[in-house]
Design a binder for this molecule. Structure first.
Ligand SMILES: [Ca+2]
Ligand SMILES: [Ca+2]
Ligand SMILES: [Ca+2]
Ligand SMILES: [Ca+2]
Length: 272
């Protein structure tokens, strides 16, 4: 009898291997002029509505109007966290995390205070709980290309800060790391995120740029504790192939110069 119950429980757990899909997307200078291109706005909205949570970089708008307009294009269950306007110069950017409220509950949000002023744009931490056991911290970041080595080296400190702040080990670092090309020697990434502490999901062989050049600027890196939660599926969304641009008046570069990167996580495998 007991054995049969255990077997049934085991089968049930296998059947309900529910996952959430996380995207990271640099949507390149998001603001009034992007929203003034309805085709670009609708493609962006369609992409974001395929994800359960999307870490967005490069909101550049003095007004919140384009953000609100964009949210109106999404199904009603989507909500968002918008970080403060970040940047040392007059050019400010905001991090923007959009999530499906039927899949994720927002537990907390905070911006890294950056006491030594290491970052051009202080990373945003968002703490989520799925409907099942998986709870995790998503850190959205947009690394300054000209300071990529210094800022990337400081990310583990940001990870530890949020882990201690919320008492949560599982961290998903997502964003435009500018971790390739002329900005950064991508072979250094393994030293910045040592294998016993981190797992690199989007590895050096992915091309995350719409341009013909092959660069892995966009990354998803998780802490070792989230290895049990990672469902093993990841990739790049080739939206230039997903949508038929010959039918449109815009080209893929007017949507963004970056492809979204994605990863799937089990909602019910978490033990910490
Ligand atoms: Ca957890
Ligand atoms: Ca690469
Ligand atoms: Ca490319
Ligand atoms: Ca975990």
């Amino acid at each position: 009898m007991f054995r049969r119950i255990v077997l049934l429980l085991f089968l049930a757990s296998q059947l309900s291997a529910e996952t959430i899909r996380l995207y990271s997307f640099n949507i390149q200078i998001f603001g009034v002029s992007k929203m003034a291109k309805p085709e670009a706005a609708h493609i962006l909205a369609d992409i974001v509505s395929r994800a359960d949570v999307t870490a967005i970089q490069e909101v550049r708008s003095a007004s919140i109007a384009p953000v609100l307009e964009f949210m109106d294009l999404l199904p009603p269950q989507y909500a968002y966290v918008l970080g403060p306007r970040e940047g040392r110069s007059g050019s400010k950017e905001q991090y923007w995390v959009i999530y499906d409220t039927t899949k994720l509950r927002l537990l907390a949000e905070a911006t890294w205070a950056d006491p030594e002023d290491l970052f051009e744009r202080n990373p945003l931490g968002v703490y989520f709980q799925t409907r099942d056991s998986f709870d995790f911290i998503l850190i959205d970041n947009h690394i300054q290309p000209s300071a990529a080595a210094r800022e990337i080296a400081a990310l583990p400190e940001v990870v530890r800060y949020f882990q201690e702040l919320w008492g949560e080990k599982d961290v998903v670092l997502a964003g435009d790391f500018n971790a390739d090309g002329v900005y950064y020697d991508e072979t250094l990434l393994a030293a910045a995120f040592p294998e016993h502490e981190y797992h690199s999901i989007i590895t050096n062989d992915y091309d995350t740029t719409v341009a013909l050049s092959d660069n892995t600027y966009d990354r998803i890196i998780i802490t070792a504790s989230a290895g049990e939660d990672y469902a093993g599926a990841c990739g790049v969304i080739r939206f230039d192939e997903l949508y038929d641009f010959t039918e449109l008046t815009i080209n893929p570069r007017q949507v963004s110069d970056h492809y979204p990167v994605w990863a799937e996580f089990f909602t019910g495998a978490d033990t910490d």
